[in-house]
Design a binder for this molecule. Structure first.
Ligand SMILES: [Zn+2]
Length: 659
């Protein structure tokens, strides 16, 4: 039974319905989930059994209004599970995820409800589009299957959700366990004094006083490899990273098999076919065709880069050598290294004078920190976002630092969805994994990630739709990265860069020749970056088009070889056993999305540049045609409305040096 004091029971009374984090305790989640699912099912039953003939209002709109308690607890819980987990949270997650899957199936496989949805007559285009989304969701979830197939589908879904949670928890534990302990500071030659102090502090926090701890970030490539001069330590770091997730091998074999079985039940040849049917790409052939076009020139570029590195190294380059020698070549060619740039990228200055400032210039919005509003962790900061006229827009929570309780990577999620139907304004969160320092100085990659995630945040904050189903980032997977990638363009825009890239001690702007050289180096090492990304994409693709039960390591090696991306010095950005995007992150048969969206991104960057760049009119147009629409219109229709034509691929090929 749920206690009357459970803070999830009623909508939050805090500004913007910010969840009352100070009142939420671990023991509140379980009962709130139970009650939330029970209430939601009762609402669904009432809709399905309504004696009145089905109408848009009593069926579709009623569905849109249902499940609010479950939404409230889910948003807070899954944010917490990603960003600040505990053994207690992990136990709840294991218990609740399969139940949530059963719950979703109980709705999608309710024949009386499905019959009513099918009988609804829409009154206008918006209603027609929402109804169509509902029908698609239900059919894709198995609403048209016979009872036996539906029974099997329920079992598959439940098992998959349990396996996904186990994958994520295994990976977090293994990533922490494989952090590399260094006994002697002499081994750390090449790192700055601040960086060495940071590793000592991290070691202290984990009870390893007097030693140094190199923690692992999610991708295969580890940032310290660019700087560590000690080759055997570099090798240890790389092998710790690339060996992650051995516990996950059996689990992903099972997941791939279950996904294939589910796709076949639903009438598709493979999981990839099933996924693609509901994406802007439309078919697996469209994706394969694009990948085939990109791989040969990208591999040729990487081979050329490798030859340059080997000339400097004087020996064959291994994966643990690549970024070290790339850094040397970068220094020789552009007279620049990342240590020179970091002092100009202090986290708070980048956030306020860079990320926020760009949004103010483009969209007129302003940001005010609200220390009176508490988030879920002391490091997570709450900002109120106001429109140009001062009207309230939403809340932005920034949680930028790495910690052992946070999963790797960077992401955006929303705690409250904007919806005119519900009268709610958005509350969105950005999570990054920047190692804390005094002060926190970032690499340019991290700066870029901050702009990227903020692009997702804007997609949530500018949402101006009626129905929750359409809110913010509720667009196809292969479209959702597009607005966030576009926002990266402001990180290197001369006026924005000049505003935020200031020395943390002197306040001096970054010298112009350093800026020029930094921008010049953005084109450097693109062969490597493209190939490591494509290798991961092709792995994802192989797992979801061609896997038939083989051994994981053999399958992975063969998939990379067959796709022509098996360069020993350029391992995939993620290997199968720690590829969280595809096993626990919703990107299965979807990792291609990043480069697919980048076509739209590069084409849009060109539009901004043709139209005077950083101007309010340009921001307003992008906001009106794209960011505000969420999923309320067909994604490519929104793109065409903004761009005035279909996307063109040439800007992407030029940017990546693939022409
Ligand atoms: Zn993103």
């Amino acid at each position: 039974m749920i206690s009357a004091a459970n803070p999830f029971l009623s909508p939050s009374t805090l500004p913007y319905q910010l969840p009352p984090f100070e009142e939420i305790e671990e023991e509140h989640y379980g009962p709130a989930f139970e009650q939330g699912m029970a209430e939601h099912l009762a609402e669904i039953e009432a809709i399905a059994d309504d004696p009145a003939p089905p109408t848009f209002e009593n069926t579709i709109e009623a569905l849109e209004r249902s499940g609010r308690l479950l939404d409230r607890v889910s948003a807070v819980f899954f944010n917490k599970a990603s960003s600040d987990t505990t053994p207690g949270i992990q136990a709840i997650q294991k218990d609740v995820t399969p139940k949530l899957t059963q719950h979703a199936d109980a709705i999608h496989l309710n024949p009386r409800l499905f019959a009513r949805i099918r009988a609804v007559e829409p009154a206008d285009d918006e209603q027609r589009w929402l109804l169509e989304r509902y029908l698609t969701d239900f059919v894709r979830a198995g609403a048209e299957l016979g009872p036996d197939d539906q029974e099997r589908l329920r079992a598959i879904n439940e098992r998959l959700s349990t396996l996904g949670t186990t994958f994520q928890q295994n990976l977090l534990a293994d990533t922490n366990a494989r952090a590399v302990v260094v006994d002697d500071a002499a081994e750390l030659e090449g790192l700055s004094e601040d960086a060495v102090n940071g590793l000592a502090e991290t070691a202290r926090e984990r009870g390893l006083d007097g030693r140094y701890l190199i923690t692992l970030v999610l991708p295969t490539g580890q940032p310290s490899l660019a700087e560590l001069a000690n080759r055997s330590l570099r090798r240890r770091v790389h092998e710790a990273s690339a060996g992650r997730g051995a516990d996950n091998a059996e689990l992903i074999k099972e997941m791939a098999g279950l996904r294939r079985e589910r796709a076949r039940l639903l009438g598709y040849g493979s999981h990839a076919e099933y996924v693609l049917a509901d994406q802007t790409a439309g078919t697996t052939a469209a994706v394969t065709e694009m990948l085939d076009r990109l791989v040969p020139p990208a591999v040729a570029n990487a081979r050329k880069e490798q030859a340059d590195l080997e000339e400097v190294a004087g020996h064959a380059v291994q994966p643990w050598d690549w970024s070290f020698y790339a850094e040397k070549v970068r220094r020789a060619r552009y007279d620049i290294d990342s240590a020179q740039m970091r002092p100009y990228f202090e986290l708070n200055t980048v956030l306020e004078k860079g990320v926020f400032h760009a949004a103010t210039r483009l969209y007129g919005v302003t940001f005010t920190e609200r220390p009176d509003l508490r988030a879920y962790h002391p490091e997570a900061r709450v900002f109120e976002v106001a429109d140009e006229d001062g009207g309230p827009l939403g809340l932005y929570i920034g949680d930028f630092h790495a910690r052992a309780s946070k999963r790797g990577g960077a992401w955006m999620n929303s705690l409250v969805k904007q919806s005119a139907l519900e009268g709610t304004k958005p509350v969105v969160v950005n999570n990054l994994n920047i190692v804390k320092g005094e002060p926190t100085l970032m690499t340019f990659d991290e700066v870029n990630t901050m702009f990227h995630e903020f692009g997702h945040a804007l997609h949530g904050l500018f949402s101006d739709v009626r129905y929750p189903r359409f809110s913010g980032t509720a667009v196809p997977r292969d479209f959702v990265e597009y607005p966030s990638q576009v926002n990266e363009m402001w990180a290197t825009h001369p006026e924005i860069l000049a505003n935020y890239a200031r020395h943390h001690e002197t306040g001096e702007p970054m010298p112009q020749d350093l800026v020029d050289r930094m921008l010049e180096t953005q084109k450097f090492n693109q062969g490597f970056a493209t190939v490591e990304y494509l290798a991961a994409t092709l792995l994802d693709w192989a797992w979801h088009t061609a896997y038939e039960g083989e051994d994981v390591a053999e399958f992975e090696a063969r998939a990379l070889r067959d796709a022509g991306v098996d360069l020993p010095a350029v391992p995939p950005r993620y290997r199968s056993t720690y590829f969280a995007h595809i096993w626990a992150g919703g990107y299965s048969a979807g990792y291609y999305s990043y480069i697919w969206s980048e076509v739209l991104d590069a084409d849009t960057v060109e539009w901004f540049n043709e139209n005077g760049g950083l101007r309010r009119e340009n921001g307003d147009r992008f906001r009106r045609d794209l960011l505000s629409r969420g999923g309320s219109v067909d994604a490519m229709t929104a793109f065409r409305a903004f761009r005035g034509r279909d996307p063109e691929i040439t800007p992407l090929l030029t940017r990546r040096g693939l022409l």
